[in-house]
Each structure stands twice: as structure tokens, then as C-alpha cells.
Design a protein around this ligand. Structure first.
Ligand SMILES: C[S@@+](CC[C@H](N)C(=O)[O-])C[C@H]1O[C@@H](n2cnc3c(N)ncnc32)[C@H](O)[C@@H]1O
Length: 209
């Protein structure tokens, strides 16, 4: 008898988590409630492409598509190669890139060079707090090049204390999703002011040149 998809995903996830705990950073796939909370930011992407980091077994990917993002506008970077075939089968049209999100600039340059500066939302399930701050800084530097100035970044963590700050990001909202194992904090950020950049929010006057 074949196992149901959620059970199969959970078992696969647990197996991976036992093998690579630091990289997987969780023991079960994200719940629907966590997926929905993460995908909310995609509705603010205003038709711009969306970047997902660490799609895993696809719980957040499913929620992003359900929120109205069309598959061809979604690019996802996943390092665990054995997850990619199933992701490709489940979500036709989404572009899954096998590789290291900490090298996202080079990966996007190869896959979608015309989308530099265009991404309207970055939705990250990476276990960022398991990695050194210097790596996180490198990731943000690269993301800043690929994000539209109005874009948001969403990140979850299992640290329920309010809120982990990430250098160079400004938090705009943060909430706990209790319907997840374990409960998770979902935080949304915008790119803070960066040297040489001209960040702009909706409704602000564009910078004069
Ligand atoms: C917390 S799990 C994602 C859970 C996912 N939302 C789900 O429901 O399956 C984190 C994911 O990030 C991936 N990951 C970790 N480090 C990565 C990296 N440097 N580059 C790309 N993916 C990475 C892991 O392989 C894992 O699939």
C-alpha cells in the first residue's frame, strides 16, 4: 500500500534531518499554517518574480502558488539534491535550482539574468541562525542586488523571542505561528539603507538623480 504524500514527506524529511541536522534545521516539513504565513509576503510582490530559498519538501512552495504567484514567476534554490526531482514533479513550471543559497547571485545570473533587481519577495526557510553572521551578510549582499527596492524578505525561525535581527535588514512585522511543530516565528523585513543604494518604499518619492 502506498503511503500518503504528507506522511511520505514527513518520513523523508525526518531521514534527511537526522543525516544533516544543521542544514535541514527542522524535524518535520512546515505546516500549512506556517506556509500560509510565509506566503503572505508573496501577495505584496505586485506581479514581480518571487525567490524561495530552501523549499525542502514544498510546503511553502505550495502556499506561494496558492497565494496567486504563477509558477513561471517562482524560482527556488535548494541544496539537498535528492529533494529536487519530487519538487519538479509536484510543481511544474516552477524553476528549481539545485545549489547553495549562499551563492545565490551566481545561480540567478545563470538561470534568470534578466531578473536582476526585479524580485518582489524573497521567502526563506533556510535555517539561517545555524550559519555564521559573515555568511548571512554575504547572502544579503547578493539578495540586495536581485531584489526590487520595494521588495520584502520573509524568514522563519524557531526562536520565539522577538526577533532575531539581521544586519542590513529592517523588520516590518513579526508573528508566531503556533500551528507548527515546533511553533515558529515568521518575520518580514525590507532592505535597510545600504551604502550607494537608494531604497524606496511604496508611496515615497523616487530619489532625484
Ligand atoms: C527548514 S527546511 C525547509 C522546510 C520546508 N519549508 C518544508 O516544509 O519542507 C530548510 C531547507 O533549506 C535547505 N537548505 C539548507 N541550507 C541551504 C543552502 N545553503 N542552500 C539551499 N538550500 C539550503 C535544506 O536542504 C532544507 O530543505
Amino acid at each position: 500500500m502506498s503511503r500518503s504524500a504528507p506522511l511520505r514527506d514527513s518520513l523523508k524529511f525526518l531521514r534527511l534531518a537526522l543525516r544533516k541536522p544543521r542544514e535541514i534545521g527542522a524535524v518535520l516539513p512546515s505546516s500549512r499554517a506556517l506556509g500560509r504565513a510565509m506566503a503572505e509576503a508573496a501577495t505584496r510582490a505586485q506581479g514581480r518574480p518571487v525567490l524561495e530559498l530552501g523549499p525542502g519538501t514544498g510546503a511553502v512552495t505550495a502556499a506561494i502558488l496558492k497565494a496567486g504567484v504563477v509558477p513561471r514567476s517562482l524560482v527556488a534554490v535548494e541544496r539537498t539534491e535528492e529533494l529536487l526531482p519530487e519538487l519538479g514533479r509536484r510543481f511544474p513550471g516552477v524553476q528549481f535550482i539545485g545549489g547553495d543559497a549562499f551563492k545565490v547571485g551566481g545561480l540567478l545570473q545563470q538561470a534568470v539574468p534578466a531578473w536582476r533587481g526585479q524580485f518582489g519577495a524573497v521567502i526563506s526557510s533556510l535555517p539561517l541562525l545555524n550559519f555564521p553572521a559573515s555568511l548571512r551578510d554575504q547572502l544579503l549582499e547578493q539578495l540586495a542586488e536581485w531584489m526590487h527596492p520595494d521588495a520584502t524578505i520573509v524568514q522563519f525561525s524557531y526562536s520565539l523571542r522577538r526577533s532575531q535581527s539581521f544586519r542590513g535588514l529592517e523588520e516590518v512585522s513579526s508573528k508566531v505561528v503556533w500551528l507548527n511543530v515546533p511553533p515558529a516565528r515568521v518575520s518580514e523585513f525590507t532592505l535597510g539603507r545600504r551604502p550607494g543604494s537608494h531604497p524606496r518604499r511604496n508611496g515615497d518619492t523616487p530619489p532625484k538623480h
